[in-house]
Design a protein around this ligand. Sequence first.
Ligand code: UD1
Length: 326
Amino acid sequence: MNHDVVTGGAGFIGSALVRALLAEGRDVHVIDNLSTGKLDNLEEIADQVTIHELDLRDYRRIAPVIAGARRVFHLGALPSVPKSILQPVPSHECNIDGTFNVFHAAAEGKAGRVVYAASSSAYGDTEVLPKVETMAPRPKSPYAVQKLLGEYYGSVFSECFGLETVSLRFFNVFGPRQDPTSVYSGVLSIFLNCLIECRSPTIYGDGEQSRDFTYVEDVVGLLLKASQAQGVSGKVFNAGNGNRYTLNQTWQLLQEIEGIHLPAQYGPPRPGDVRDSQADTTAAVRELGHAPRFTFEQGLRLTLDWYRADLLRKGSGSRMDPQLVS
Ligand code: UD1
């Protein structure tokens, strides 16, 4: 039992985690079907990891990779709330069947622990902020249901099959390598690229919805801690920063950072959208040792620098293709 597995390891969070695991000298295996992940994300480290281009729905092929792993970080998923409403079947199959397969393969193959990427979307709209793990979930979209079901499976696999599992509810993670090219991309990847290209972003709704934006390196730090903490099997923790910014505040802050005036456009609100999101990090701090290091503005500046350097590296003008909506 020695290797680590990262499902979704070619995604933007997964590839950041892979880099951190390599820095610890680990033997890292990536499972990714490259549907939303990209080999580019692993470019300079590709020869240091074993990449398995596999679909999580293919139990027969993923099980041997997972068997005997010391830790399995299950980040592979079809993300996006609106996409899960427009295309519920692939998102159900990938996020529910795929997640079951990972837990099942880990239990059968006697893996050491599964750390599962759950989602803050499971809370839905709550009357009180910040959101605490003890609140009753109120999912508003297929994506939220799917991610919540994965948590339940995590707890049940711990209880019934003796598999060590920990679920981390990610709160709107952003950072380098987040793909900005789809309408389903994370809002900050879109905003930052609009800023660089001097284009107005579209804000869905009145822009007063708020999010706890979490810098990717803080999430990676917590993933590592969750993979080692004792006495936490079967539990669910918020993986947020504890802050809350509205989209209007965020776009304003970005204009100030860049020293430009570029008003946003507004469109209709998105179905399934949660109004406000903010993590209570007490449990993660106390039981996992969560210690976010990056303020929102620091994360924004680092990510902005990365996108700018990446554009220069690729030598392209605009990366946003309006036809690219899948
Ligand atoms: C949700 C989850 C998050 C999960 C993500 C996966 C919540 C609170 N968060 O993120 O944990 O990781 O799904 O996909 O449910 N928006 C714009 N303009 C744009 C794009 C988005 O205004 O061009 C708005 C959206 O309508 C939304 C906010 O920005 O109000 C954030 O959207 P997005 O980045 O897609 O993430 P969530 O759906 O909040």
